[in-house]
Ligand binder design. Structure first.
Ligand SMILES: Cc1cc2nc3c(=O)[nH]c(=O)nc-3n(C[C@H](O)[C@H](O)[C@H](O)COP(=O)(O)O)c2cc1C
Length: 193
């Protein structure tokens, strides 16, 4: 077996194609100077439920991206859930903008105030999780950012009998490059006991 640096394209290509579909954390932050930032991160997942902790990982060995820089400065972020109707806007926020410019304004995304943390959430996101920095772990040129979920917003339309219902949430996953996976086709299997 060849190591990932020699085989099957670049390590990034190999890993990001084999680990699919990846959920997308659409992360809003606010810089110390007060500029609201919004960017997608598909190296994203749940880490723990008690305490409730999620993670995302900015990749790259050069200068820190705006999102991790803002998290380091303010120790707060919001994870907005990406559903089918938001995917084009989400993609537009992945453009590299100067730190002084906000993707919210550039792409024309409406903000909603958060409850506990400073950074705004995406008003149209059906689920948004307000997070406070739990840990920051450097892994080579990447950073593993862990956030404790301190407040959650769920749109009324997603609820069934007061509980969040996956049948009402059309989440989108990232494949590789420009390809995404819709979750519109659902399959169901009972778990063995
Ligand atoms: C769907 C999607 C997922 C992405 N996931 C990641 C990721 O997990 N890690 C990363 O470093 N960049 C990722 N990117 C690229 C960043 O979004 C991009 O570098 C962006 O400009 C970073 O913005 P920021 O500097 O405002 O944080 C992704 C881009 C897209 C479109």
């Amino acid at each position: 077996m060849d190591g990932p640096s020699e085989a099957f394209g670049s390590p990034y290509r190999l890993l990001s194609t084999a680990v699919t579909p990846r959920p997308i954390g659409w992360i809003s932050t606010t810089s110390q100077a007060g500029v609201d930032n919004l960017a997608p991160y598909s190296f994203f997942n749940v880490v723990a439920v008690d305490p409730p902790v999620v993670m995302f990982a900015p990749v790259g060995s050069q200068e820190l991206k705006d999102t991790p820089r803002n998290v380091r400065e303010t120790e707060q972020f919001v994870v907005n859930t990406v559903t089918r109707e938001l995917v084009e806007q989400m993609n537009a926020t992945s453009a590299t903008l100067p730190a002084g410019e906000s993707e919210f304004d550039q792409v024309g995304i409406e903000r909603a105030a958060s409850t506990v943390v400073e950074p705004p959430r995406v008003a149209a996101a059906q689920v948004a999780m307000e997070c406070e920095l739990y840990d920051w772990i450097e892994v080579g040129g990447s950073v593993l950012i862990l956030g404790e979920v301190v407040h959650v917003h769920v749109e009324e339309s997603v609820l069934t009998d007061g509980k969040i219902d996956i049948n009402n949430l059309d989440t989108v996953g990232r494949l590789t490059g420009s390809q995404y996976a819709s979750t519109a086709e659902r399959i169901s299997f009972e778990r063995p006991t």
